[in-house]
Ligand binder design. Structure first.
Ligand code: MN
Length: 313
């Protein structure tokens, strides 16, 4: 036996520094035998069929995973525990009803394993179907919902084919597991929501915190107050983050980019505070749209928020 020939470029390939592991190593592909009970499981939802203004968010999950390469695995106090990456759900772009059906089934199966999922999107509209899947897996659950979003996303819709990025929380509120008094929305923006829908949200008992509230009282304080209000009467919390809650300066790569939103720092503090709550069951990070994200800063902000969720566990 002769020794195998060395790689022709041995010594010239990029060599990762084992003393500084990169965050992509925190997403470990699922392998047979992996039990998910109690574990964080990441699932991508590459769909944007319900975003009326400009498509592109179907590439969000891939961009968030890639953006993890900009970060390390140490949060300053602890090494982050790796999560199981289940990859993406296969979703048809041209058949919204079927995409939502598949997403609901994926969520139901995942929640039934006892996993604690983090979903990456994609069209925010699918959050309604994710929560429907949760309700199918755990029908007796009393769920609290915290959203970080410029918009209420409680638009009326006609049928499954008319679900959009504006409808997720209307649909979530139709499940038996959620009720308006266990919903808090943070980062609500002026001139981004109509009087009709603001009145409707308040009538449901939804607690609304504006960008100005976050600015005046501070992101961690506003998030803590919201948690106190909605989580006491709940078994579990779902955190839904629309990256468009961030100002266009920090998140240009969204379908509805606009000035007047939260800073990246405020987004991080809000998400970190909610993620640290012991009842947090699931989270999603939605609406990253890479074709509009010229220097990947939106994907990097979403990746940082993903790391904050992982670090809190
Ligand atoms: Mn939204």
């Amino acid at each position: 036996m002769t020794d195998p020939a060395p790689h022709p470029l041995a010594g010239l390939a990029p060599a990762p520094d084992a003393r500084d592991p990169r965050a992509p190593t925190l997403l470990r592909p699922w392998t047979p035998g992996d039990a998910l009970e109690g574990r964080t499981a990441v699932l991508g939802l590459p769909y944007d069929g319900g975003i009326p203004s400009r498509p592109g968010a179907r590439f969000g999950p891939r961009a968030i995973r890639e953006a993890l390469a900009s970060f390390g695995t140490f949060d300053g106090g602890h090494e982050v525990t790796p999560a199981c990456d289940l990859g993406d759900v296969a979703l048809p772009t041209m058949n919204g009803a079927e995409a939502h059906r598949r997403i609901e089934e994926a969520a139901a199966r995942l929640f039934a394993t006892g996993a604690r999922p983090v979903f990456l999107g994609g069209d925010h509209g699918v959050t309604g179907s994710l929560i429907r899947g949760l309700a199918a897996a755990k029908p007796g659950l009393r769920l609290a919902l915290v959203t970080v979003d410029a918009h209420l996303d409680v638009r009326e819709y006609d049928d499954e084919a008319s679900l959009s990025s504006g409808t997720p929380f209307r649909r979530a509120l139709e499940t038996g597991i959620l009720s308006g008094h266990r919903v808090a929305m943070l980062g609500i923006r002026r001139f981004a929501n109509s009087r009709y829908y603001l009145d409707w949200a308040r009538e449901q008992g939804i607690r609304l915190s504006t960008v100005e509230d976050v600015q005046e009282r501070g992101p961690a304080a506003v998030a803590r107050e919201a948690l106190e209000a909605v989580a006491a009467d709940a078994d579990a919390i779902y955190l839904s983050v629309d990256i468009d809650a961030a100002d266009a300066a920090f998140a240009p790569g969204v379908s509805a980019s606009a000035a007047g939103g939260l800073t990246a720092r405020e987004m991080i503090d809000v998400v970190r505070t909610v993620a640290a709550h012991p009842k947090l069951l699931a989270a999603d990070l939605m609406e990253v749209s890479p074709p509009h994200d010229h220097d990947a800063r939106t994907a990097r902000l979403a990746a940082r928020l993903l790391l904050e969720v992982l670090a809190a566990r």
